[in-house]
Design a protein around this ligand. Sequence first.
Ligand SMILES: *Cc1c(COP(=O)(O)O)cnc(C)c1O
Length: 401
Amino acid sequence: MQVNRDLFNHVMVPNYNPSDVIPVRGQGSRVWDQNDKEFIDFAGGIAVNCLGHCHPALVNALKEQGEKIWHLSNVMTNEPALRLAKKITDATFADKVYFANSGAEANEAALKLARRFALDIHGADKTQIIAFNKGFHGRTFFTVTVGGQAAYSDGFGPKPAAIDHCDYNDLNAFEALISDKTCAVMMEPLQGEGGIISPTSDFIKGVRTLCDKHNALLIFDEVQTGVGRTGSLYAYEELGVTPDILTTAKALGGGFPIGAMITTTDIATHLKIGTHGSTYGGNPLACAVAEAAFDTVNTPAVLAGVKEREQLFRAGFAQINEKYDVFSEVRGKGLLLGAVLNSKFEGRARDFLVASTEHGLMSLVAGTNVIRFTPSLVIPLEDIKEGLARFEKAVADVVNA
Ligand SMILES: *Cc1c(COP(=O)(O)O)cnc(C)c1O
């Protein structure tokens, strides 16, 4: 059997259009493909591989738990899940954890909990969910409808109801939309998929104030920003705004699928026995790996290292831009960075990604105009230097083409 990109077209549902490159192994922030070509990984599996590839702490946790017990279902609880939940609640505002298998599932749980909470406490009229244009919350029908991109949610028939959107960072529009009928507001504390857009301080504080005024729950989707990505364990810590419910996934498992919704005891109470569930959620294998990832990331050294690395990336992009004049700005925080193309290169983010791949660099886009970088939080400084050198070659190729 020839296992190559061509086989994808024969056996896979065509909802993705993956690169021709098929990686077969990785170590730290380096990856090798079927032809043994080496790549520097500035993509990190879309902000998932927070400790790079095959980090010894994660490999050990996987092997150790793999020889103990893999799966039970939630008919029984398990030690790794309980330990991980204790560590997450000790490190955050939250008192309670619900485990899921992905970001979308964590968000689905958050939205269902918010609706149930409002129904129990305030009655049947309080159902409105407000979210933001360009937001992204996953691909289940509820979460994709709450997400602010019609292209992803249209074409599947009738949508879940009572979901409204306004522009991110537009507090006036938000104030016009929110009312006592608002049940919850879901937002990313830094929009990732939508183009690496940070909230202004006035906006995010204003959203919190208006949620309080109208008794609406504030849900932070930290699926992309969480677990060290922005240089704090969770982005909310540095924003001075605490949500009522927070969702986390992507980096939580460092590459093993897991997600979680966390909240306070008062709110959690409303997800009573039988109201929600998952066969795999909180599976011991996933939780054992996530516990090792959480322990490794949640240290002052790793979190400070994220900020140090951000400076190296920013300095590198500035140098490249001085030579080639391709970016209008570099947005984002920590190791969630977006190089925004200037008007000369408008809409050509994919060209830069393709050129980067040719030069042995894995990168991402966020929309058509932003080249996105979400590398390992512990990427060696040497790999940053080498990756930036490869990126410069890719930029030169696009500019000189
Ligand atoms: C990736 C992402 C999701 C969806 O996570 P999945 O694991 O793909 O379901 C949800 N919200 C945000 C902010 C994300 O970046």
